[in-house]
Design a protein around this ligand. Structure first.
Ligand SMILES: C[S@@+](CC[C@H](N)C(=O)[O-])C[C@H]1O[C@@H](n2cnc3c(N)ncnc32)[C@H](O)[C@@H]1O
Length: 249
C-alpha cells in the first residue's frame, strides 16, 4: 500500500500551499472577512496534518529502539502485528491486557500464544493506572496505550472517566519509564475524543512536557483488529483520522 509518507517530494508542495494559505488568511483578516479566515484556518490545519504524514512519523520507528510495554491491548492484535515487524525485536516487547487470563476472548488467547512463540512477554490483568502492581521496578523506554477507553460514561471526580484513565495512566507510566523514555497514546483525531481525553492537561498533571502528536495509520498494521468497548462502537471503524500523542518527561 502506498502512503503519502513514501513520497517525500510532496513535502515542499504542501509547505508552499501552507505559505500561500497563510497569506490568504492575513489578507482575509485585513479585509475583515472573518468567516473566510476561519475556513482558511481549517485548511491550514489540514495542510499541517498532511505535512506531518508526509514527513513520515511512524510508530514503529518511534519504538524500534529499546524496551516497549503495551497496555490495554484488548485482543492483542496490535501487539502481534508489531511483533512481526522487521525492525521490532519481540524479546523487547511486553504486551498486556487489562482482562484477566480467564476472561480473554478466543482471539486474544490465540494472539497471546502467538506472541509468546515469537519471544514476546504477555501479561494479563494489568491495570494501566497501577502499573507498578504488575511490573514492580521494571522500566521501559516506550509505554504505549492504543485507543484507551473505559467503556463507561459515568463521570469520575466530576470529569469524563476517560480523562481520569489517561491522567492516572500517565502518572503511573511516568514511574515506569527509563530516563529519556516516552509514552505513546493513539486515539481518534476528533474534537469529541480530544475533549474527552484532554491530553495536555492530563500530561501536565502527570509531570510530562506538552505532548506532540502525529497521524497514526492503522492500515500500516496488518491483522490489527481494534477491540471495542461498550460505548465507543469501534472507533477505528467509524473514523478515518487518528493520531498518536507522544509524552516525554
Ligand atoms: C477501545 S479498546 C482498545 C483495545 C486495544 N488497545 C486496541 O487498540 O484494539 C480499550 C481498551 O482499554 C482497556 N482498558 C480500560 N481500562 C483500562 C485500565 N485501567 N488499564 C488497562 N486497560 C484498560 C480495555 O480493556 C480495552 O481493551
Amino acid at each position: 500500500m502506498h502512503h503519502i509518507g513514501e513520497h517525500h517530494s510532496i513535502i515542499p508542495v504542501i509547505q508552499n500551499l501552507g505559505l500561500m494559505n497563510q497569506c490568504l488568511i492575513h489578507q482575509s483578516l485585513n479585509l475583515g472577512l472573518l468567516y473566510e479566515a476561519k475556513q482558511l484556518q481549517r485548511l491550514d490545519d489540514d495542510l499541517a496534518w498532511l505535512l506531518q504524514k508526509a514527513a513520515g512519523f511512524n510508530f514503529i520507528s518511534a519504538i524500534a529502539d529499546g524496551k516497549t510495554l503495551l497496555v490495554g491491548e484488548g485482543n492483542l492484535s496490535f501487539a502481534l502485528s508489531i511483533a512481526k515487524k522487521k525492525r521490532i525485536n519481540p524479546a523487547k516487547l511486553v504486551a498486556s491486557t487489562y482482562e484477566a487470563k480467564s476472561n480473554l476472548s478466543e482471539a486474544a488467547a490465540s494472539n497471546a500464544s502467538h506472541l509468546r512463540m515469537l519471544g514476546a512477554t504477555v501479561l494479563h490483568g494489568v491495570d494501566a493506572t497501577k502499573l507498578s502492581h504488575a511490573l514492580g521496578s521494571w522500566r521501559f523506554d516506550n509505554i504505549a496505550f492504543q485507543f484507551p477507553h473505559v467503556g463507561s460514561r459515568e463521570p469520575e471526580e466530576g470529569r469524563n472517566p476517560n480523562f481520569i484513565l489517561i491522567r492516572d495512566f500517565l502518572k503511573s507510566a511516568y514511574q515506569q519509564l527509563k530516563p529519556g523514555g516516552q509514552v505513546l497514546i493513539s486515539a481518534v483525531d476528533s474534537p469529541h475524543y480530544q475533549g474527552a481525553f484532554q491530553f495536555e492537561e492530563a500530561g501536565e498533571l502527570a509531570g510530562f512536557k506538552p505532548p506532540v502528536s502525529y497521524p497514526f495509520e492503522p492500515s500500516d498494521y496488518p491483522g490489527y483488529n481494534h477491540t471495542m468497548t461498550n460505548d465507543n462502537e469501534g472507533a477505528l471503524n467509524s473514523h478515518d483520522e487518528f493520531r498518536t500523542w507522544i509524552f516525554k518527561r
